[in-house]
Design a protein around this ligand. Structure first.
Ligand code: KG4
Ligand code: ZN
Length: 338
């Protein structure tokens, strides 16, 4: 089954053609980084406008590179939630129009489900059940993936997402957007023991995260240096901060894997590109004899190939929408409605 997939939930306009959920025939991503860089972050209104400008060209290119026309695909999958509402609406409305004009069925895809599915592309042998850590700019979840469309949330952030605090820390240190990636690079040779950060816990909820205290702590540290007119080492502060965030993520995943008896661990979402997180999870899994699956770097961030992958499994489950499909800024991964 060939799926044409469309993604516009944040600041990448993307289209892809994916066969049987695992074979990527094309994967086109038009990044808006250059537009948002001067603002230091994503400006939703600009994102929507740029999606509207790019979406038909990106989709045409994805079909061309896959060597097919719209008549050759079996369904159209689109990210409909969660994300920036104006941005999502561009993709959803475009996909609805294409579905109506071509007569191809429309498959709504949850953004975090598609991040998990990026691993089905990078690891053709990977099958549920497994334990997944989904870490993006807006979400931090530990999830049991029981089947391709069946999930149980074990823990999630009570406030800021891991990617969000990486971005904020990077910005306060004066690093350019996209923050998480630039922080990762800047911290590569830093001393991860140079600064001490708290290890945040949520009382009575061992698998939930709270990153807002860590965020305040790194901002206060920087402001104190600034107020005294002193300089600090960005690599050292960056490395120490990444150490604190990734320790927190890894400890809870390790604990959850033991408690719930998982030996297959999956990372997903933009933050799964982080070099320290990848190395730490690799060590934990090899020490425990667990299998670790991570997306290739090109599939960590937002892309449409992962939407085409998850769209395939949603279609197999009969999850189709009609022209009344709407976009939603929030939507739980384990109980999607549309
Ligand atoms: O999944 P994603 O591309 O978009 C959302 O769905 O939010 O995730 C974006 C997040 C941003 O916060 C970005 O800073 C972070 O992923 N990110 C990273 C790295 N690359 C991207 N964070 C840490 N280290 C990285 N190498
Ligand atoms: Zn994402």
């Amino acid at each position: 089954m060939k799926i044409l997939a469309i993604e516009s939930s944040c600041d990448e306009t993307a289209a892809a053609v994916v066969e049987d959920g695992r074979i990527v025939l094309s994967n086109v991503v038009a990044s808006q980084v250059d537009e948002h860089i001067i603002y230091g972050g994503v400006v939703p209104e600009i994102a929507s406008r740029m999606h509207a400008e790019a979406i038909s060209g990106v989709t045409r290119q994805a079909l061309e590179e896959a060597g097919c026309g719209i008549g050759d695909v079996d369904a159209i999958a689109v990210t409909y939630a969660p994300g920036l509402i104006g941005a999502l609406l561009v993709g959803v409305n475009f996909a609805k129009g294409l579905s109506f004009s071509s007569g191809k069925p429309l498959v709504p895809v949850h953004h975090l489900r598609s991040h998990v599915a990026s691993n089905y592309i990078s690891h053709p042998d990977l099958k549920p059940p497994f334990l997944a850590l989904v870490v993006s700019g807006g979400h931090t979840h530990i999830i049991e993936v029981n089947d391709y469309t069946s999930y149980k949330i074990i823990g999630k952030t009570m406030d800021d997402a891991a990617g969000e605090v990486m971005d904020k820390a990077a910005r306060t240190m004066g690093l350019p957007y996209p923050g998480g990636l630039n922080l990762d690079k800047a911290a590569a040779d830093g001393d991860r023991t140079a600064f001490k950060f708290p290890n945040p816990r949520v009382d009575g909820r061992p698998y939930d995260f709270s990153f807002s205290g860590l965020k305040t702590s790194v901002i206060n540290t920087i402001h104190k240096f600034d107020q005294k007119g002193e300089t600090y080492s960005v690599p050292d502060l960056g490395a120490s901060f990444i150490e604190a965030v990734t320790n927190c993520l890894c400890q809870k995943v390790e604990m959850a894997a033991k408690e719930f008896g998982h030996k297959k661990i999956v990372l997903a979402g933009g933050v799964s590109a982080n070099s320290v997180l990848r190395a730490k999870m690799q060590k934990i899994c090899s020490d425990s004899g667990w299998e670790l699956y991570m997306p290739e770097l090109k599939y960590c961030g937002d892309n449409a190939a992962m939407v085409g992958s998850q769209g395939y499994f949603e279609a197999l489950g009969g999850s189709f929408a009609d022209a009344s499909l709407n976009a939603y800024a929030t939507m739980p991964i384990d109980n999607c409605t549309f």
